[in-house]
Design a protein around this ligand. Structure first.
Ligand SMILES: [Zn+2]
Length: 346
């Protein structure tokens, strides 16, 4: 599991000069300024070694290279030296944990007592001076996805449905071994991908069934992903609608779409946040109806209640209850029609 680390405290506690020595960087030090041939793996002209373009302000704990333009604090330096990407929060964290362990051993008792926070908060705790942006548009798109992967067929999805939702199997990068599901905010901007592991036997604590976007750091801005701030498939619906169905999971939404119930969104989990409630209300006409089809289990029961709490004060809500053990994506068309009626079919 991930280890706790306070980035800010660690940064302040580290002696940049010591870190340079440990990474084998030969420096000339003049007062608080250390200079060297750039040691960073990303520095392209390193072999030429023309000038000492790399300098560190030891007092302020920051470095900069005039050759490759890299700059940052002692943690950024370590991440780059480790060949990792400082913009990727997990990579950043890994290098930081290594430094903390190397110089200070395990976290102190006081630091441990400080725990019990979500990863997001742990991170912001150490980077409180950084700006946070929630669900920013992605600046890349996953390419070469396999839309004909057996997993998608086995879930009963047709090529039309697969294309409609932009699904495909990913065979490289962070999402290797997963069917990826593009996620859009209500305005239709791509804000990330969810990845469903296709090999059920590979599911573990470290390798969850669903992987959602993590936080990323870019140009001193923390990009935070929050599924509670939107609903899946909401951007494809031209509201306000007379009827809208809400389910828990991605595949439930896809299955209902394929069965002819186009006005469907998913919460991406078994609770409806206040913000998601607002999105649902906005998608409906003032006299429109929300149909809740949560899974037939305890989590689904809680889910239904959270939707009622968020939406019922504003719109008519009807709970289309499923029997124990059922979920929307394993119901036949007839079973769906029995619960929802035929008038919801597009
Ligand atoms: Zn450089």
């Amino acid at each position: 599991m991930s280890k706790w680390v306070n980035f800010k405290k660690l940064r302040e506690a580290l002696d940049f000069n010591q870190v340079l020595l440990d990474y084998g960087v030969e420096v000339s030090v003049k007062r608080d300024q250390a200079t060297a041939f750039c040691p960073l793996p990303g520095h392209k002209e390193r072999s030429k070694r023309k000038s000492k373009s790399f300098s560190v302000n030891l007092k302020r704990g920051i470095f900069q290279c005039f050759g490759c333009q890299a700059k940052g604090n002692v943690l950024d330096f370590a991440v780059l030296m480790d060949g990792r990407d400082p913009d990727d929060i997990e990579s950043f964290r890994r290098s930081a944990v290594q430094l903390q362990t190397r110089y200070f051993g395990a976290a102190t008792a006081a630091e441990k007592a400080d725990r019990g926070k979500e990863t997001v908060e742990e991170y912001s705790d150490g980077e409180e001076d950084l700006e946070h942006v929630v669900n920013a548009p992605l600046d890349f798109e996953l390419k070469r996805l396999d839309a004909e992967h057996a997993y998608l067929r086995e879930r009963g999805l047709t090529p039309e449905t697969i294309a409609h939702f932009g699904l495909g199997y990913c065979s490289r990068g962070m999402m290797t071994g997963r069917v990826v599901i593009p996620l859009h905010d209500q305005t239709g901007q791509l804000i990330g991908y969810a990845g469903r592991l296709v090999d059920e036997s590979a599911v573990s604590d470290e390798n969850p069934k669903y992987k959602l976007p993590g936080n990323r750091r870019k140009d001193d801005v923390v990009h935070e992903f929050r599924k509670s701030a939107f609903v899946y498939n909401g951007h494809r619906l031209a509201g306000p609608l007379a009827d809208l169905i809400v389910v828990e999971g991605f595949f439930g939404a896809m299955w209902l779409y394929q069965c002819g119930y186009a006005n469907v969104v998913a919460l991406m989990g078994s609770s409806c946040s206040e913000r998601q409630g607002e999105v649902l209300v906005d998608l409906l006409l003032p006299d429109g109806r929300l149909w809740v089809m949560s899974d037939g289990d305890d989590a689904g029961e809680k889910c239904g209640l959270s939707v009622l709490a968020a939406v019922a004060p504003h719109r008519f809500v009807r709970w289309a209850r499923l029997e124990t053990g059922q979920q929307p994506d394993n119901l036949s068309m007839e079973a769906l029609a029995a619960v929802l009626g035929n008038h919801l079919l597009a």
